[in-house]
Design a protein around this ligand. Structure first.
Ligand code: AGP
Length: 611
């Protein structure tokens, strides 16, 4: 969702900004723009609807825009259609104040009316133009940029990462953020600002993660941080350990395919980080064994695939640790008034750590005095910083909008937490505990083996590419994998799909099954195979084309099913980690075959920072 890049320093700014924006393309956008100021502060703005290439062509890769200081933006439309007029940067009438913004100004209507009463007119439908003119209003009132920015923050409601150029301050970028990500980088050659690290990693590894209401002044000489009272504050830089290639395609056709293939490594990294020499060490989470023993219940929340991890985890945690678990969609949970005893542990799962609804749910729970644990991939993200404890997954940067390796790493996080709880609560026998730990270390090679299904799955996808409806069904953990498989298929192939608990199909949805409807059954849970097979047979009798994904030793699968894909055996609690791989490949190949933009599916954004 919207990307921001800024640079000021010893080289032309526009090419750096355009290059940075291409690294943020994965966030999703429909228009883009760049503003550059020259030595005397005069600001030039170029904007274009559509892909960054259009902006690149208009400016000759940025070379036509001369100036050493600038800001750029990719816009994912919220207020107003995608158009050149609504694209950022936005400016005041004199073009002396120019801004880019990521987020949503919730009270933009009353603010706009107030500004109109003071003689302001508006040329776009955006909340960002209102934000820019609000800064202009306070700048004209107080004659000082830091004051104008802090007054802006005091008067707006909502989320923002806002970067502003003032004509009167050539070579300087002023910025502020609240609930929208913004990182700052610095080298001898200048200062950088971006929505995410990959945009500037090529230039610097020294990154400052900003907190809500930090005001930042970037200049060629350095970066200065202020609080809302305009007092200077100290911040420490984090040195990023992964390199720029980790966020590059590296010869793969798509980021999604690359990330699918990184899963054995990612799972290995996450397992090995917490499990060494047979010992499970979660001390980094700062949750004492006394506390873990005493937890009354667990509430897991998240959005999309992160929520789906929660659904798998519910089965695993309840079965292994014998603790009550509830899984809640964050956008619903945040508005509920759950009855809480205070003995709950709330686990918020998020790859980006910036998902607005998940962040809001976390805050809601904290306000209720409930302990929170975040499972997050992005270092220094809002959810990671606000939660009481953090489990950082070791997935590395995930660029493709459709999550694959982060989902897998989140599953591992949940397995490890389940094992820890099972152990301290005495819910698992010593021998089985050892077997489970061992099995986790074997998962990477089993994922590798599952990846070997690639060609078979690709061929199957080519036969299925004209399907209009696909049903994924399963029971227990297989149902949890079905909902993730269905989401994956929908989001990148644009084929309609449903995921159903196999036993629920006959309570209504089976009426949708027609001749040739593709029904994919997932059969890994030994005790449930027979039941799901019966449900699959019911669909086959109504004309469905039935294919199944089953574990190597699964028995009782009728030969009349059209296709059977086999995945390696593992402990029944961990099958989601293998089954999902085949389904990711299926969605990927269907999307490629249908000519879709796999990494940047239509209408979607990687990090959903609006409600
Ligand atoms: C999955 O492929 C999606 N792109 C989406 O459902 C995603 O998992 C969801 O938006 C949550 O994101 P988060 O993990 O960054 O919070």
């Amino acid at each position: 969702m919207c990307g921001i890049v800024g640079f000021t320093g010893g080289k032309q700014a526009a090419p750096v900004i355009l290059d940075g924006l291409t690294k943020l393309e994965y966030r999703g956008y429909d228009s883009a723009g760049v503003a550059v100021s020259d030595k005397d502060g005069t600001i030039d703005i170029v904007k274009a609807k559509g892909k960054l290439k259009v902006l690149g062509d208009l400016t000759d890769g940025g070379k036509k825009l001369k100036g050493l200081c600038g800001i750029g933006h990719t816009r994912w439309a919220t207020h107003g259609e995608p158009s050149e007029n609504n694209a950022h940067p936005h400016c005041n009438d004199e073009k002396t104040i120019v801004a880019v913004h990521n987020g949503i100004i919730e009270n933009f209507t009353p603010l706009k009316e107030k500004l109109m009463r003071r003689g302001y007119t508006f040329y776009s439908e955006t909340d960002t133009e209102v934000a820019t003119k609000l800064v202009d209003y306070y700048y004209k009132k107080y004659g000082e940029p830091l004051r104008a920015i802090s007054e802006f923050a005091l008067h707006v409601r909502g989320s923002y990462a806002l970067a502003v150029l003032f004509k009167d301050y050539p070579g300087k970028i002023f910025a502020i953020r609240k609930d929208s990500p913004m990182v700052i980088g610095y080298t001898d050659g200048g200062a950088y600002l971006a929505s995410d690290v990959p945009a500037i990693l090529k230039y610097t590894r020294n990154i400052y993660y900003t907190d809500n209401h930090d005001i930042v002044l970037l200049s060629e000489k350095g970066v200065t941080f202020y609080n809302l009272d305009r007092e200077e504050i100290k911040k420490d830089a984090t040195v990023i350990s992964w390199d720029a290639e980790a966020a590059e395609k590296g010869g793969w056709e798509h980021f999604m395919l690359k990330e699918i293939h990184e899963q054995p490594e990612v799972v290995k990294n996450t397992v090995n980080y917490f499990l060494h020499d047979g010992k499970l060490d979660l001390s980094e989470l700062n949750l004492s064994e006394e506390y873990l023993k005493d937890i009354g219940s667990i509430i897991i929340t998240g959005c999309g695939s992160a929520y789906h991890v929660g659904v798998v985890a519910q089965y695993v945690l309840e079965d292994l640790a014998r603790i009550p678990v509830r899984v809640e969609i964050a956008s619903e949970f945040r508005y509920r008034k759950p009855v809480l005893s205070g003995k709950e542990l709330v686990i918020v799962i998020s790859q980006s750590g910036e998902t607005a609804d998940s962040l809001a749910a976390l805050r809601e729970m904290k306000q209720n005095g409930v302990k929170t644990l975040a499972i997050v991939n992005v270092l220094g993200s809002s959810i990671a910083r606000e939660a009481d404890s953090v489990f950082y997954t070791k997935a590395g940067p995930e660029i493709s909008v459709a999550t694959t390796k982060a989902y897998s790493a989140q599953l591992i996080a949940m397995y490890l937490i389940a094992l820890k709880l099972a152990k301290v609560r005495g819910a698992v026998a010593g021998e089985y505990y050892a077997t489970l730990k061992k099995e986790l270390t074997l998962l990477p090679e089993k994922i590798e083996k599952t990846l070997a299904l690639k060609e078979e799955v690709q061929k199957f996808a080519s036969q299925m590419m004209d399907k209009k409806d696909v049903f994924f069904i399963g029971r227990g953990i297989d149902y949890a994998v079905s909902i993730e498989s269905s989401l994956k298929l929908k989001e990148i192939s644009y084929i309609h799909s449903e995921a159903y608990a196999a036993g629920e199909l006959k309570h209504g949805t089976i009426s949708l099954i027609e001749d040739g409807t593709l029904v994919l059954g997932i059969l890994t849970q030994k005790n449930l195979i027979e039941k799901t097979v019966s449900n699959l047979v019911e669909t086959a009798s109504r004309g469905a084309y039935v294919a199944v994904l089953a574990s190597e030793k699964a028995e009782g699968i009728p030969e009349k099913f059209e296709r059977i894909f086999r995945i390696p055996e593992t402990d029944e609690h961990f099958f989601a980690s293998l089954a999902v791989i085949a389904m990711q490949l299926f969605a990927y190949y269907l999307s490629v075959l249908r000519g879709n933009d796999v990494d940047k599916p239509r209408n979607l954004a990687k990090s959903v920072t609006v409600e």
